[in-house]
Design a protein around this ligand. Structure first.
Ligand code: NAP
Ligand code: ZN
Length: 349
């Protein structure tokens, strides 16, 4: 089927409207009419070839929500009309150790929602800045939030799970002091989720203007990381720090804030490396620097259910499809509170 999308023809070009095709649903496929798609900083990194290996045309978008439009003959979990989501993963090998544990995100053959290998035209996957998507049922998520929150649920499919997964893995909860660095799309979800898990949450921002806003999101304290005295006051006090910053920066300023045995986990994926961290800062307190990538499918469902139960959605600014280039520029400047979401109905206009 032919549908409308917005994408880039090269790294140097702005996004533009284009027609793309989707496969007819196979026996295990779910065809989804996309209602909204969130705008992740990864979309920019990929389409502008800031990361290696971008394939063009590039249609980004991996925070997809909508309604089931059709299902294949063997699909049992979903039916027409169901409210569903698709995140960053649309396929994987399904039988390795990672897939068997529900950690498809770490499968060596994981297929991303865009820029991944596929038999479908044009030979790589095309994402959610489009009207429809066809996905194997294993990678489809069920949405239990009230329908009027659907647009604000979209960012949970990447920003939500990318912060939920490490917060769970490093056992954040009551009695733990947790830092969230970078209050953008991921960071604002990290604050909301860590707060709901019962932790004492400290937000780190470079933007003085976000000081009050971060408290409204659920932060117990806010530190403007450009102020050395404010940073100093938290020396050796954190159990865990989640770093979502999209640009290279000095990591030592944050590892110095970890207690003995504390961990800072990096989820931000900048185009160029951070300066090498100071080894002595790690050795002296048995501190760790770790990484984490999105989350598996069962954990993504768990996160959606957790957020539905706790009334958590993203803070969004809705845009029309033809406002996407301006939205990217604003996101790069940190001028969004806190996630742009495309109203997919405007793709038809
Ligand atoms: P975003 O909305 O642009 O937020 C990033 C935030 O980082 C900004 O709002 C800003 O927060 C801070 N920041 C940006 N530039 C900075 C700089 N030069 N120095 C210090 N702080 C800076 O981006 P996002 O969508 O949340 O994504 C964040 C990063 O995570 C991106 O690199 C993205 O590709 C990556 N990502 C990784 C995964 C994964 O699986 N690991 C998944 C999704 C996204 P303040 O204004 O508060 O300082
Ligand atoms: Zn993302």
């Amino acid at each position: 089927m032919k549908i409308k999308a917005i994408g880039a023809l090269s790294a140097a070009q702005a996004l533009e409207p284009m027609d793309i095709s989707r496969r007819e649903p196979g026996p295990h496929d779910v065809q989804i009419a996309i209602a909204y798609c969130g705008v992740c900083h990864s979309d920019v990194h990929q389409a502008r070839a800031e990361w290696a290996g971008t394939l063009f045309p590039c249609v980004p978008g991996h925070e997809i929500v909508g309604r089931v439009a059709a299902v294949g003959s063997d699909v049992t979990g979903y039916k027409e009309g169901d409210l569903v989501g698709v995140g960053c993963i649309v396929d994987s090998c399904k039988h390795c150790e990672d897939c068997e544990e529900g950690l498809e995100n770490y499968c060596d053959h994981m297929v991303g929602t865009y820029n991944g290998p596929t038999a479908d035209a044009p030979g790589h996957t095309l994402g959610g800045y489009s009207q429809q998507i066809v996905v194997h049922e294993r990678y489809v998520l069920r949405i239990k939030h009230p329908e009027d929150q659907l647009a604000a649920v979209a960012p949970l499919l990447c920003a939500g799970i990318t912060t939920y997964s490490p917060l769970r893995h490093w056992q954040v909860g009551p009695g733990k002091k947790v830092g969230v660095v970078g209050i953008g799309g991921l960071g604002h979800m990290g604050i909301k989720i860590a707060h709901a898990m019962g932790a004492h949450v400290v937000a780190f921002t470079t933007s003085e203007s976000k000081r009050e806003a971060a408290k409204a999101l659920g932060a117990d304290e806010v530190v403007v990381s450009r102020n050395p005295e404010e940073m100093q006051a938290h020396t050796k006090s954190f159990d865990f720090i989640l770093n979502t910053v999209a640009a290279p920066h000095n990591l030592d300023a944050f590892t110095a804030l970890l207690k003995r045995d504390g961990t800072m986990t990096l989820v931000g994926a900048p185009a160029t490396p951070h300066p090498s961290p100071e080894v002595f800062s790690l050795i002296m307190k048995r501190r760790s620097i770790a990484g984490s990538m999105i989350g598996g499918i069962p954990e993504t469902q768990e996160m959606l259910d957790f957020c539905a139960e706790h009334g958590i959605v993203a803070d969004i600014e809705m845009i029309r499809a033809d406002e996407i280039n301006e939205a990217w520029e604003r996101m790069i400047k940190g001028d969004v509170k806190y996630r742009f979401v495309i109203d997919s109905a405007t793709l038809a206009e």
